[in-house]
Design a protein around this ligand. Structure first.
Ligand code: SF4
Length: 322
């Protein structure tokens, strides 16, 4: 029995990595059994940063879809689709942009961060209006639940405010959507900072087993532990941090006691990751060899999503006298 409708998406701004897999995708796979789930590839959102590299978005759009399926999303259980295939998102975005005060957008913390991070001298309307498009993405499906990380909470709050304001002005159309906080410790990357494609410290789902071993070999460990029998400090070590997110951190004692060396410890991690990723990578290869299967999945997902989006837009237009 479905607990309600759930929606989540990812931007095709790069290949998906272990942090995306364990922090979001693995959870989505579980949730597809409990909710009427809609998962989308947010390619219009990707334009906020890659507006001058749209050929990259084209490539990542497919790669992200492959990762979705390879990770275990099942098109028989959920709708998997590309945002730009459903033009209704853009229409609702436009209508919401007429009722959303700019001051709401200026106070979104990630807006300022992004502006600084990207060293932007001028800010596009699209970057500033990002939360409005996100509100349209969510509300058009009348989603009850949105799985989000802590950093996404302010965006979701704006979506709810935009929905409430619409309901106040034009009548009750949109249900209130709740955040489902994803409880997952941030995964450390190769250098110990949070794993992120922008830090170039990620292990990708699509990496080969050999690439994974090579990357793990470069991981940051305790710089004071030079010889195998030197006592180590696992707390600052990226290998330990990554193993901990998998509940595999039983090397702590041996590290502190100088009973194990970093080379062996890294091999253990590499083997563990390759074991975890092998079935996913095999499904990836299969999908890459049969692009028509991917096209079918995305077309079917879009059809399912479009039906709901069209129904919502019919209600919205009527309520707004269009
Ligand atoms: S032995 Fe393992 S946990 Fe300890 S510092 Fe080396 S890699 Fe890190």
């Amino acid at each position: 029995m479905s607990k309600g409708r759930l929606l989540s998406g990812m931007q095709p701004t790069g290949m998906l990595h272990l942090g995306n897999l364990e922090g979001a995708l693995a959870n989505w796979v579980k949730l597809q059994d409990e909710y009427e789930a809609f998962y989308f590839i947010a390619d219009w959102h990707a334009l906020t940063t890659l507006y001058d590299k749209t050929e990259l978005i084209k490539d990542y759009r497919r790669q992200v879809a492959i990762d979705f399926l390879a990770a275990g999303l099942d098109p028989n259980k959920c709708a998997i689709f590309v945002q730009s295939d459903i033009k209704e998102h853009a229409e609702l975005y436009l209508l919401f942009s007429m009722t959303t005060p700019i001051s709401w957008l200026e106070r979104v913390p990630s807006f300022k961060e992004k502006q600084e991070q990207l060293h932007l001298e001028t800010v596009s309307l699209g970057l500033m209006g990002y939360p409005v498009l996100q509100a349209a993405d969510i509300l058009i499906y009348k989603a009850n639940v949105v799985p989000v990380g802590q950093d996404q909470l302010p965006h979701l709050e704006i979506s709810r405010e935009i929905g409430r304001r619409f309901n106040y002005l034009y009548g009750d159309i949109f249900p209130d959507c709740k955040a489902m906080l994803t409880q997952y410790a941030a995964m450390p990357g190769l250098d110990g900072r949070k794993m992120s494609k922008s830090y170039e410290n990620a292990i990708y789902i699509a990496d080969t087993a050999e690439e994974t071993v090579a990357k793990v070999r470069t991981m940051f460990t305790d710089p004071l532990k030079i010889h195998k029998n030197d006592p180590g400090h696992p707390e600052g070590c990226a290998v330990y941090g990554l193993m901990k997110t998998y509940g595999q951190a039983d090397m702590h004692e041996d590290c502190v006691a100088g009973k194990i060396g970093c080379v062996g410890c890294k091999m253990r991690l590499a083997n563990f990751l390759n074991e975890r990723l092998t079935p996913i990578r095999e499904r990836r290869c299969e999908l890459e060899q049969h692009p028509e299967k991917l096209d079918e999945v995305l077309a079917a997902g879009a059809e399912k999503a479009r039906k709901v989006a069209k129904e919502s837009m019919a209600e919205v237009r009527e309520a707004m006298n269009f």
